[in-house]
Ligand binder design. Sequence first.
Ligand SMILES: [Zn+2]
Length: 148
Amino acid sequence: MKVHLKQIPPEGLHLEGEEDCLIPELESEGVHCIGPMEYKIDIGVAEGSLWANGSLVQPVELTCVGCLEKFVHDINAPAFAVHTELHGPETVDLSPFMREDILLNLPPHPRCDKEGGRVCKVPHPNAAPSEIKRRPDWSALDKLKLRK
Ligand SMILES: [Zn+2]
């Protein structure tokens, strides 16, 4: 997503729109974009740098690590923020910054019950009854004390 600096007025600019999927290479890892990324950002230029902040949403299809079924999830990047120095060119490409933010908000271990709002067929490992912790066995020690 390229921004033309000349089009940014001194008071800044509000931009809303859609951008093609920025993470196509994650297809091989089971992350499949099912629509364009939506962005709502404010951008401006001040003292030789460009700033931008806003929010991004990328709808994707993920594969649940529990049941291995596909489910739909919106990757939300609610606090997208950029501050970058300008190095001469009249356009700045925000895509790499947006891509990074999408990746940061991508669930590392997607689960259909957590991210997809479904009931997973395979219970979460953390939800399984934890191993009963054995209490330290002091009986042997007590016997020793009694003998004194
Ligand atoms: Zn699942």
